[in-house]
Design a protein around this ligand. Structure first.
Ligand code: TZP
Ligand code: MG
Length: 211
């Protein structure tokens, strides 16, 4: 298994509102102590300079952990903060544009909700896919129709790229997600804002172990 596939196993997507009580940096620290293997900084309302500042602080908190950090939507912030990469959606700049700005060595993730977009993702440009939403979720209000585990398995089978599932995922879904062929679970609300963030992350690792 590639290093990236392993990193995708338990992928934390941060949400500033849900992380408000302990803050994003402390949330990341606790989540990684509980087994989170990759982190995406996602803050739709921040400006680039704010994302850069926060990303630098998260990067410092993650140093030595081997846990990659990517920034959602904002390739310029990812370059400025010199994090491990960026994650983009279909409405953002194109993967080719993102790759050109990131350079060849950074991680580039792409969200896909349909067979067409999965098949259109070029493995020479994109490193991994974010697939979903598996279930409906209040965390992202403008999401597409949920695809379920069957839809997830169909999308995973259409690409050779590593893939992480997202959308309404909780610890008890870990084994079904992995059985669908995805490399891991991307999670917001089941970890961010939970009273015990490390325990919430550990619950996923426990379920994965049973997969
Ligand atoms: N993209 C598709 S669903 C989603 C994103 C960012 C949010 C997932 O949040 P949660 O709380 O894990 O359901
Ligand atoms: Mg986006």
């Amino acid at each position: 298994m590639t290093v990236l596939r392993k990193s995708l196993r338990l992928y934390l997507v941060t949400d500033p509102q849900l992380c408000a009580s302990r803050g994003v940096i402390d949330t990341v620290r606790c989540a990684v102590s509980g087994g989170v293997s990759m982190v995406q900084l996602r803050d739709k309302s921040a400006q680039t300079h704010e994302r850069v500042e926060l990303a630098r602080a998260i990067k410092k908190a993650l140093s030595g952990s081997g846990v990659p950090l990517v920034i959602n939507d904002d390739v310029d912030a990812a370059v400025a903060a010199d994090v491990d990469g960026a994650h983009i959606g279909q409405g953002d700049l194109t993967p080719a544009q993102a790759r050109a700005r990131l350079g060849p060595d950074k991680i580039l993730g792409l969200s896909c909700e349909t067979a067409q977009t999965v098949q259109g993702a070029d493995p020479s440009i994109v490193d991994y896919l974010g697939l979903g939403p598996v279930f409906g979720t209040a965390t992202k209000t403008d999401h597409a129709a949920p695809i379920g585990f069957d839809g997830l398995a169909r999308l995973v089978a259409l690409s050779s790229l590593p893939a992480v599932a997202i959308g309404g995922l909780k610890a008890e879904h870990a084994s079904a997600v992995l059985k669908s062929g995805a490399d891991g679970l991307a999670v917001v609300s089941a970890i961010c804002g939970q009273p015990d963030v490390a325990a919430a992350a550990r619950a996923f690792s426990f379920q994965e172990g049973r997969a």
